[in-house]
Design a protein around this ligand. Structure first.
Ligand SMILES: [Ca+2]
Ligand SMILES: [Ca+2]
Ligand SMILES: [Ca+2]
Length: 210
């Protein structure tokens, strides 16, 4: 292959991978209010624990949950629908109740399957973990350690089975990048908060494997 061919090849590869610059999660919805559409008392103690608000003429639902039944909201999320019939989810946006910051966006494909999970684990609403999936199978995760929008750590899966990791930083390896336990050990030691957030959302992909 001639030089021009290689340049073109690498240009295409670069265009398809990673982020060109830090991706900011869309937090515009967090300031919106709408009418209370319903409450649920899950533990039957007479006090509601789940509140549903209708936003944007019903195309968005805000859901608040009091998980531990102490009267204080613990989780807050917004479900965006593709249409007002609320049949097809487009995305779900999650905010940290304590900070008010958006920390996660789940995107769905047109058939209604989860296709992508983007996490901002540093309370800055900038994506640092970008997970791609199809059906309920994990395909890949791109991880940005230093917030520059360029991935430093890539994990590849084949139908949720771990294949390999690629570490692109200088604080490189010294461990087997094809050994999932070694990879988890390294990530959790160096970036514990980010690892914990990613492991929590990735659990769903490994349910039937444990
Ligand atoms: Ca209750
Ligand atoms: Ca609570
Ligand atoms: Ca980076």
């Amino acid at each position: 292959m001639k030089t021009a061919g290689w340049v073109l090849f690498f240009s295409i590869v670069l265009a398809q991978s990673g982020w060109a610059e830090p991706v900011r999660l869309d937090a515009t919805i967090t300031g919106e209010t709408g009418p209370l559409a319903g409450t649920v008392d899950l533990n039957k103690d007479g006090n509601p624990d789940r509140w549903r608000y209708s936003l944007r003429d019903g195309s968005v639902l805000k859901i608040e949950r009091d998980i531990d039944y102490d009267g204080v909201v613990d989780t807050r999320r917004w479900t965006f629908f593709r249409d007002k019939s609320q049949e097809h989810i487009e995305k779900i946006v999650y905010a940290d109740v304590a900070t008010g910051k958006v920390g996660r966006v789940d995107s769905y494909d047109k058939l209604g399957f989860l296709a992508r999970i983007q996490l901002a684990t540093n309370d800055d609403e900038l994506v640092d973990v970008d997970i791609l999936c199809h059906g309920n199978q994990l395909d890949s995760a791109e991880v940005d350690f230093n917030g520059d929008g360029v991935s430093d750590f890539n994990l590849t899966f084949d139908n949720s089975n771990f294949v390999k990791a690629e570490l692109k930083t200088s604080d490189a390896a010294g461990f087997d990048l094809e050994d999932i336990e070694a990879v988890k050990q390294w990530w959790s030691t160096h970036y514990p908060r980010q690892f914990a957030a990613a492991a929590k959302v990735a659990k769903r992909f490994f349910k039937d494997k444990e």
